[in-house]
Design a binder for this molecule. Structure first.
Ligand code: PEP
Length: 257
């Protein structure tokens, strides 16, 4: 069992978490160049480091390589999904224990690309979270409404149901991060307004353990990051497309106050 990361323990100060979700992108050459560029920036910045904890979530094929590049840097490593079981006849799946063994401290679960692209249900996400905790991983559970649901003014109801359905009993600020990602904002170039982000984060905060980090995700980029990360209700960002470019990801990280 791996130990809880140090930034997960001090709940009085919620260091912002800036997570890069590389999705199904990156061959060894691109992945190593990106991880090296970020490690060099993070290491060189030292006294002027952004006030955040960076987390990189590469595809499973790159985990071991990226782990070796990040070693000792303080940049954390995460998986993008996992099977609930520790091992077994589940061709193509990766277990939470395998992610922990590969050096991960976190795993993204219930991303909308899995909920909507793979029909993953709240109950399935919940089982995966239980598996992640068994392996000592912090679960980064994604929630968010579709455009139709927002237009129907049911965004809060939808997100509340996802939280209830996807997060098992036993969630704490140390084992859970929630990522609010409006489905319509992911990869679309659209972002929720700062008012809507703040309101949704406040609603989510009322439903999770005190001190739980709540990230915003959905087309975060160097231009909009300062506004989003400047909100007191926002404890970091889950970044997709912009995390594939070292300058962009670094610019976003530097927006952490
Ligand atoms: C994501 O992958 O969670 C995401 C928010 O992607 P993007 O930043 O590209 O919208």
């Amino acid at each position: 069992m791996i130990k809880a990361p140090p930034w997960g323990r001090n709940m009085a100060v919620r260091t912002k978490l800036v997570a890069g979700n590389w999705k199904m992108n990156g061959l060894r050459a691109d992945g190593s160049a990106l991880a090296r560029a970020l490690t060099e920036r993070w290491t060189a910045a030292r006294s002027e480091r952004p006030g955040c904890q960076p987390l990189l979530c590469p595809p499973s094929t790159l985990l071991a390589m990226v782990r070796d590049i990040l070693a000792g840097s303080g940049i954390a490593l995460g998986g993008q999904d996992c099977h609930p079981a520790p091992k077994g006849a589940f061709t193509g799946d990766v277990s939470p224990e395998m992610l922990a063994d590969a050096g991960c401290s976190h795993v993204i679960l219930g991303h909308s690309e899995r909920r909507h692209g793979h029909g993953e249900t709240d109950a399935e996400v919940r089982e995966k979270v239980t598996g992640a905790w068994r392996a000592g991983l912090v679960a980064v559970v994604c929630v968010g409404e579709t455009l139709a649901q927002r237009r129907a003014e049911s965004a809060n109801t939808v997100v509340a149901a996802q939280i209830t359905g996807s997060i098992p009993d036993g969630a704490t600020a140390a084992n859970l991060v929630v990522a609010y990602e409006p489905v319509w904002a992911i990869g679309s170039g659209l972002t929720a307004t700062l008012e809507d982000i703040a309101a949704m984060h406040a609603d989510i905060r009322s439903r999770v353990a005190a001190g739980t980090r709540i990230l915003y995700g959905g087309s975060v980029n160097p231009q909009n990051a300062a506004g989003i990360l400047g909100l007191a209700e926002v404890d970091g960002a889950l970044v997709g497309g912009a995390s594939l470019d070292a300058d962009s990801f670094w610019s976003i990280a530097r927006c952490c106050p």
